[in-house]
Design a protein around this ligand. Structure first.
Ligand SMILES: Nc1ncnc2c1ncn2[C@@H]1O[C@H](COP(=O)(O)OP(=O)(O)OP(=O)(O)O)[C@@H](O)[C@H]1O
Ligand SMILES: [Mg+2]
Length: 164
């Protein structure tokens, strides 16, 4: 059997996150790969660790302050250098059309977007993105992360993967 062409390599990676420190490390490693226009979709049930991972990403991207969960504000904007960050939580969105009113869509290309409950976006969810699915993995502080690259992220994940 010949090797699959680069663009068709399986682009899913699994990481065991045995404690919050491991989650923070993953967040920092992923953050170092991010630039303007990147979208990270954070999936997982309540308490799976999406916000915890987002906090680690935002810290590595240059924000030293406290990062509130956007569960109630829906969006938080971090005006960071060189690239700003949108932290979005769509849990309370019932209809994808409500997302248009949030007004972050038009600046997606200029910022990094971290989106909790991305499934709420339906077909508005951009196709070019890194998915991270978090799940409970037994012990209280243990989680599992499954990373899947879509679009250009297929190759980017395969290249960056060892560092994650
Ligand atoms: N390995 C771990 N990684 C991430 N969080 C962990 C881990 N172990 C324990 N936790 C705890 O699990 C909780 C995760 O909460 P968090 O708010 O990050 O979840 P969430 O997925 O954003 O939930 P929600 O859907 O309500 O927004 C926190 O209290 C955190 O301290
Ligand atoms: Mg959350």
């Amino acid at each position: 059997m010949t090797a699959a062409p680069a663009g068709k390599r399986p682009a899913t990676l699994t990481r065991d996150l045995r404690d919050i420190a491991a989650t923070n490390e993953l967040g920092a490693a992923v953050a170092r790969q991010l630039g303007a226009g990147d979208i990270v979709a954070l999936y997982g049930e309540l308490g799976a660790g999406k916000t915890t991972l987002a906090r680690a990403l935002i810290a590595e991207l240059g924000y030293a302050g406290e990062v509130p969960s956007p569960t109630f504000t829906l969006v938080q904007y971090y005006d960071l250098s060189p690239v700003a960050v949108w932290h979005i939580d769509l849990y309370r969105i019932d209809d994808p059309n409500e997302i248009i009113e949030l007004g972050f869509e038009e600046t997606l290309a200029e910022a990094i977007s971290l989106i909790e409950w991305p499934e709420r976006m339906g077909s508005l969810l951009p196709a070019n993105r890194l998915d991270i699915v978090l799940s409970y993995a037994g012990a209280d502080d243990s989680r599992r992360a499954e990373l899947t690259g879509h679009g250009s992220w297929r190759d980017r994940l395969a290249e960056a993967g060892d560092g994650f």
